[in-house]
Write a protein that binds this ligand. Sequence first.
Ligand SMILES: [Cu+2]
Length: 174
Amino acid sequence: MVRFALSHSLLDLACLASLVAFGSMGGPLGCSSPSEGTTPSDAGTDTSSFCATDTRGLKWTPGLAQTGKNGLIRTQLLNIFPTPPAKGDNVWTLVVQDAEGKPLEGATVSVKPFMPDHGHGSSIVPHVTPDPASGGKYSISSLNLFMPGLWQTTLTITAGTTTDSVVYGFCVAE
Ligand SMILES: [Cu+2]
């Protein structure tokens, strides 16, 4: 045990030393878990496959459906622009239904984009406009996904006494 503790702290020392040596270059990754290898994940320049390897995001298909976490509503993303979601302003058309599939008119839809890997949202508040010609249809604009990575957009929907939320997560490429 003593030997293990000693070698472990030596490893930490080596890690600290290389951190100091690397300085503002960001330091070596993997110090806390040397067994994971030494490939620095953020030094990759292959941004084309960046979203292909991030399996956490949804794959865009027209009508992409979600069920609210309380099971009270259902949503479909009818169409989006651009496709797939991209850096900058995005426009989505959303259909909101109750649990039985009946269109929910007059709902309040709040839209919150969030980057879980970075712990931040977007300072631009998206606009939500109900489509007067089509019950249960809402247009979301100024959905500003301003940097590459995984964006989880939470839609919180309130209609009468019903409140529920869905999350659409998409990887945004460089
Ligand atoms: Cu970010």
